[in-house]
Design a protein around this ligand. Sequence first.
Ligand code: AMP
Length: 284
Amino acid sequence: MKTLRTIADVRAAVRAARADGATVGLVPTMGAFHDGHLSLVHRARSESDLVVVSLFVNPTQFGANEDLATYPRDEGRDAELAAAAGVDILFAPAVTEIYPAGFATSIHVSGLTEVLDGAARGPHHFDGVATVVTKLFQIVAPDAAYFGQKDAQQVLVVRRLVRDLDMPVRIVACPIVREPDGLAMSSRNVYLDAAARERATALNRALDAAEAAVAGGRTDAASILSAARAELAAAAIDPEYLELRSADDLRPLEGVASTALLLVAARVGAARLIDNRTLEAPST
Ligand code: AMP
């Protein structure tokens, strides 16, 4: 595995691989790797000849009061894990390589970005995501790019971006990887102390309770949300949002007719956590 720092070096490496007929898979990350990241890498590895992982803590997607300064960073460990997982190129640029002085462009995907995390974190968040993803796609020109369903709204925003701007990239969404006790893996889980780590398992239980409600025929939003809310309340978690929305376009839903997304965000101890579950109406 090569660690590359510049756009020019990445382009040269990708060009050389393409000249040999290689297909290219890209996994965008902010580092602090866990098995969720590695699941994307394994999927990319199984489908691509050249696997590029970007490691870039993207400052433009953080708000002024968010955790940019404290976000966990350990490039040495990430490089070891990436090499062991079969990554060919780790692209770990400096902030100035991606945003040189005078950088003035922002990509805004309207609608999808104004709800849920877009409302909670502010419009800069998905503008930052859309802008950096666009840049990474321009730099690497991958055939496919791999994202986690953990960030379900991000997947929808990226799909819309790619569709609207005719980007020739296949977007692959990979399932949420969880700890044995159900907590969705996240780089931010390191912020949880022991008590908060225990309480954090309530997010997955809330999604389980919602899924059980739907399986039991209670497919209206009120029943689903109250089943989920009860699990959160038992752990003294007051969610930032807990919402039932369309899995296609995030419009609010009154119930689960076929497929729906239940999305939750909550502060637990020092961490802001998100999780979601795809709910399917029982076949009758
Ligand atoms: P991040 O480094 O947090 O920006 O995440 C990089 C990619 O890994 C994103 O596409 C995330 O959705 C994905 N990811 C993060 N956590 C998980 C997880 N627990 N399961 C699956 N994918 C994940």
